[in-house]
Design a protein around this ligand. Sequence first.
Ligand code: SF4
Ligand code: SF4
Length: 260
Amino acid sequence: MAKAWYPVVDYSACTECGSCIAKCPHGVYDTRKAPTPVVLNPLECVDHCHGCGNRCPVGAITYVGDDTGWTPPNGNTKVEEEAPAACGCGCGGECGDAADKKVVVEYLYLDLHTCDRCVGTDHELDEVMMVLTPALELAGFEVKYNKIEMATAEIANQFQFLSSPTIRVNGVDIGGPVQENNCGCCGEISGTDVDCRVFEHEGQTYEVPPKEMLAEAILRAVFSESEGGCACGDYKLPENLKTFYQGKSQKSCSCGGNCC
Ligand code: SF4
Ligand code: SF4
């Protein structure tokens, strides 16, 4: 089991051929989402395996933690250090710095099967990225769009995850200060009371951020100086998420909670 080695898909390049999902025998990808490659179990990825990356016909897969010098054999994707190794928020220590004309959009979520707000945000963000990506590329930006499930407390710690769902642009959280309300879906997953994120936009509160808000916030993050919100710095897994992970693990464990 790898601690900091797992595939990252560049959705702007991915053609959804499904080869990576078919290639991996370790359940890293969510087969229920096939042919869209969604990394479900990053901790199951085998350290230094490049199996799916070697199979990808368009070079859309790179690896967090890859220091081997490997480059995708197909396509033009370069291996870049967008891994959270430097500061844990995915910015590589350059939060909000768009000077190199690279835009890394990360969608961090708890669940894409049961949680209405995670699924809803996923759909809205997909649609926004479908429009913004070609426009940003036309303006000379290299755009990467990654989705990462915060499947365990370990992954949440690694990404300095504060609340679900979270959208980051070059490591900067575009959702503003974290505000939450009770989330029945995640409560169902974990069997505990869990709060998830809500978003403020033009005086209204949304559990699923509207496209206008996402587009505006992403463009603001790309074209303005860093305005804070970076996940760098002191981090502690919020109690709310601790409760969620503990509940989820007890619910899924056949011991009924006695061994966890
Ligand atoms: S690198 Fe190997 S183990 Fe990891 S997801 Fe790809 S095929 Fe599976
Ligand atoms: S192999 Fe490459 S193009 Fe095919 S689904 Fe996976 S990431 Fe996308």
